[in-house]
Design a protein around this ligand. Sequence first.
Ligand SMILES: C=CC1=C(C)c2cc3[nH]c(cc4nc(cc5[nH]c(cc1n2)c(C)c5CCC(=O)O)C(CCC(=O)O)=C4C)c(C)c3C=C
Ligand SMILES: [Fe+2]
Length: 475
Amino acid sequence: MEAATSHRILPQMNLPNLNHNSTSLCAQARLPSTFCNTTKVSLALNSNSNDKKINIFGGLSLSCQSQRKAFIGKTFCSVSTGMYPGISIESESHITEEKIGVLLLNLGGPETLNDVQPFLFNLFADPDIIRLPRLFRFLQQPLAQLISVLRAPKSKEGYAAIGGGSPLRKITNEQANALRLALKTKEVPANVYVAMRYWYPFTEEAVRQIKRDRITRLVVLPLYPQYSISTTGSSVRILQDMFRDDSYLSRLPVAIIQSWYQREGYIKSMADLIEKELQIFPNPEEAMIFFSAHGVPVSYVEDAGDPYKDQMEECIFLIMKELKSRGTNNDHTLAYQSRVGPVQWLKPYTDEVLVELGQKGVKSLLAVPVSFVSEHIETLEEIDMEYKHLALESGIANWGRVPALNCSSSFITDLADAVIEALPSAMAMSTSNTISEEVENDIVGYVAKLFFGSILAFVLLLSPKMLLAFKNNVL
Ligand SMILES: C=CC1=C(C)c2cc3[nH]c(cc4nc(cc5[nH]c(cc1n2)c(C)c5CCC(=O)O)C(CCC(=O)O)=C4C)c(C)c3C=C
Ligand SMILES: [Fe+2]
């Protein structure tokens, strides 16, 4: 249900830090990372029957019979070796009905100009976007109110220039549908849900639907190729809050794909787009490939350990390596766009580099948005309008821009593969074991406090000095 509230106060979050540096599923699934990093699933399909063989490199082999139903995957599994923690290990006589869900995480965007300020409020009220010291957290919401009101006119101008709202919801829904079809083609029927962080359909609604549908295994797939505390990190944090407090969700096997910028399918899809767009230039080999990534404040990387910058640089390296292997040897550079507020953001800044390149005599430039996989305000307005104007003004004569991946088939197919590979490592976020461990820890903590408290009281009250002081005071 999409209630028409204009202001949205998100639940207060209080969670242990995630392992941001991990690109595997292990930080969430609590598996040894060596296991996760090497886990791959291949489905060898027999077109004449419903029999499937699933090979999990690393030893386990499942033979499964699938019975297809619209949206619902029914898988009857028997397991030949029993070391895998995620999939229920049962005898051939026992049938498990799997209902697979995929939860796509995205940012969300205002759909009308009236949505802009409340959308900005939700964004700035997120402690992963404005990171206040714990002592000042009580200021988060008043500050969000103030900044959203101050920022709204500028943002509104941007959204007005691209037709009055963000295209994010429409494109994400299309991606969800394309992914569902790609999974179905690969004989892995699944429900695909969209969970936006700051606008409709909100994460809470998607999670409610997952519960209503009685999903039995869930893959969480952020639509951000690189991990940042401010994007994937923030969405996963609120998911963990919701899952921990719910008896059904806390037992649901979940695999969280933290980042996927290094996947071959993604890198090749990006290289395809770049190659294609270069052909439009009068002299394609002379065009500079200009990667423009959404920035984050420097403090995220330097103080909070956000792996975003490292992952971005590695991602660009991999795309360029792929292009070189195809004989495309253009110069390239990386800069960061969309900074907000007075703090230092990752450098170099896109606008400054464009001016410098123009001054240096670069004549042809191909802009490549690289931190996001759909068209949005920062591609359609910031790059296509503001940066293009600035570049042309600075002497760059030929300007091009690579479109976002959106629903490109090679990209969606690769996302489907990522989901299938992640499925076996799904594990409950909190198991009954960990709950009882927490209770045990509580009891141990309580007894320890009682014990040491008593000793302290004894020492203080019965030490001769204390007794003397007490006597002197009383008498
Ligand atoms: C990987 C992508 C993104 C990162 C990292 C990110 C960090 C980040 N963003 C802001 C502030 C704003 N972001 C806004 C819009 C916006 N941000 C992203 C992606 C990332 N943000 C997208 C895809 C969008 C567009 C959504 C749409 O409607 O199309 C906005 C609103 C627009 C504007 O006023 O410019 C703000 C504000 C911060 C502060 C931050 C890291 C701390
Ligand atoms: Fe942003």
